[in-house]
Design a binder for this molecule. Structure first.
Ligand code: SAH
Length: 397
């Protein structure tokens, strides 16, 4: 018999709605001695069977549900989830001509703690939870069955693993070591991805739809692309006919790749049409403001500012500050494209922060368009937390 957990009376409500988390305070009894990440049966207080879940003794999220059906959590289970996820994305892959996309978006694809990005023939996995880690080998076998042509690489070098009682780890799980550059394509743009050394799994696939939508604002414009990473928005701006694009980031390797990406696509970056600036955006924006340097379009795509609730107020201040500065360096009628990937900052709160920034910048600001994470990062109706990336196009008068 597999180990089991019993919930506190009434704590089954969220699971009945198919939300996949069981919090430590929701558990009344643990039966057997489940190992870190082992599969357990979940029961209501009075013994009704609810789900199969992965046990995580060190985390506040004490169990994550694999399945609400009575089935074994084995290779067959993983194969089915992977096939479902891949099928779900087929129309997007074709529509946008993708050779790089998010294959598995963790809870949103019914595989808690597992993120997998596909770059050409490389599958790059992040295993973020105890259950994901425990099933590593089975997952690899399932991936090999669905994608026999692919090599599999792990990038579990993420701090959240600590909460689950896991060490960080990276390396080849199957097949070849990824080369320094794997070139993917999205919307007709080529992008070089460094799977081993890049951020996260190598690239920010989640901003693809926003990058595409940004193109309509840039023709003949002076564009400042803040937090550019390997070019992302900047490449779309060059394709969209921007007069000039300044990409700013603190990572020199990212900027080098950004430049290489512009060249790879044959974009004209001569005569400073493409600039790749190693700078701290917070300082750079102040310098531009104090010098009176102006832009027609400012793109603001910072890293996550809030990992937990206690950081949210500080995060709001950070977002307000950079967006105020961006407004101040925009020409009248200019466009601010601004994003927040902090899940805790919801769309309503982010809109308020932008409103506060407008007050402080003393500019009239109109929201003209709203953005979300790309379509290969879906949100399951049972798991609203899966919606984390939002953005606005604002006209700044
Ligand atoms: N817009 C990008 C993704 C941005 S990720 C895309 O579409 O691909 C965030 C980036 O911010 C990272 O490249 C990181 O190096 C950079 N960064 C973090 N803090 C910074 C700072 N203070 N100034 C400039 N860049 C910073």
């Amino acid at each position: 018999m597999s180990p089991a957990i019993y919930l506190v009376k009434g704590r089954e409500k969220s699971l009945r709605r198919k939300h996949p988390w069981v919090f430590s305070r929701g558990i009344s009894k643990v039966e057997g001695e489940p190992e870190l990440g082992e599969t357990v049966d979940v029961f209501t207080n009075d013994g009704q069977w609810l789900a199969k879940a992965a046990y995580s003794p060190h985390s506040q999220i004490r169990a994550r549900v694999w399945s609400f059906d009575k089935q074994a959590i084995d290779k067959t289970f993983f194969v089915k989830r992977i096939q479902d996820a891949n099928l779900l994305r087929q129309d997007i892959i074709e529509r946008d001509g993708l050779t790089g996309y998010r294959l598995i978006a963790a809870e949103s694809d019914g595989l808690p703690g597992i993120t997998i990005d596909k770059y050409q023939n490389f599958l790059v996995c992040q295993l973020l939870s105890a259950g994901a880690d425990y099933n590593r080998q089975t997952l690899v076998e399932a991936l090999r069955e669905v994608f026999p042509e692919c090599s599999i690489y792990e990038r579990s070098d993420v701090a959240v693993r600590k909460k689950e009682g896991l060490e960080q780890t990276t390396g080849v799980l199957f097949g070849d070591e990824p080369p320094k550059s794997v070139v993917i394509e999205e919307n007709g743009i080529k992008i070089s991805v460094d799977i081993v050394g890049g951020h996260k799994t190598g690239f920010y696939l989640d901003q693809r739809d926003s990058r595409q939508q940004s193109m309509k604002y840039v023709k003949d414009k002076e564009v400042l692309n803040c937090f550019s990473y390997t070019g992302g928005f900047g490449l779309y701006a060059l394709k969209g006919g921007a007069k000039r694009v300044i990409n700013a980031d603190v990572s020199q390797p990212a900027l080098d790749t950004a430049k290489a990406n512009a060249e790879l696509n044959g974009f004209d970056i001569s005569k400073k049409r493409g600039v790749f600036l190693n700078a701290d955006v917070f300082k750079l924006l102040r310098e531009y403001r104090d010098q009176g340097t102006k832009f027609d379009v400012v793109i603001m795509d910072p890293p996550k500012f809030a990992d937990n609730k206690s950081q949210l107020i500080g995060a709001c201040r950070g977002y307000k500050d950079i967006n105020m500065l961006a407004m101040q360096i925009l020409n009248p009628g200019g466009t601010l494209l601004t994003y927040s990937c902090s899940g805790l900052m919801d769309q309503v709160l982010f809109q308020k922060v932008i409103a506060d920034a407008a007050v402080d910048a003393n500019r009239q600001v109109k929201f003209v368009e709203r953005f979300e994470q790309a379509a290969d990062h879906p949100t399951d109706t049972a798991y609203p937390e899966g919606f984390y990336l939002k953005g606005f196009a604002c006209k700044v008068l």
